[in-house]
Design a protein around this ligand. Sequence first.
Ligand SMILES: [Fe+2]
Length: 237
Amino acid sequence: MGTDLLIQRTRGGALRAALPVREAHGIVWAGRSHDRTPPSWELPPPTGDFAGPRTFRAVELAGHPQDVMENFIDHRHVVELHGVDFLDILTAPEGDGPFYSLTVRVGRSLPFFSTVQDIGIRYFGLGAALMTIDVPRCHLRAAQWVLVTPVGPGRIRYCLAASAALDPLLRIPPAPRRALERAVAAGMNRWSFHDSRADWPVFHHKAYLPHPRLNGEDGPIGAYRHWARQFYPVAPG
Ligand SMILES: [Fe+2]
């Protein structure tokens, strides 16, 4: 992994760009900057026992990568738009260079039961977020990737990918274990994709404001935006 390659991306048969790429976490990553310089940071090695995403779903949408990433720390909208009962921050957001981490607790009432789940969120630059979920009562850990690729002005490719890992101590033969993990990952990814549909019209209609006003119920969006400035060119003057 970590092999330097060049990928040539075409649309309508025309050569558009040559980009440095890496393969890591079971995903191919392409780096692109406004001044065509190579990426200044590397992806960290995977942690935990996930073998990479087992299932992917993608769609092209109107939007911007940062719209998608802010979505996971916009507390108020998850109540109004996604029907979540509450979202609390358990560990404060922490920036570490191109990475940004926090832990949240999400409560949701479903038709036949309610869930309260702690979710670790880690951002990798502007284009990727990894959410990890432990479900001890099911002897399960799950990982949900959100991957956003800008494909044109105001257009993004929005991709969800997931994996799941059963407790290694569970006595399940390898083949059914893999099948069960794949089924769990596929179900979670399908649900996440369905849930995300509520965001798509918002992404489509959002407008950029240079100095938007935030209030206390917006969560740590302001802190996130401060961290995200590092990925944009410095304005001249
Ligand atoms: Fe959302």
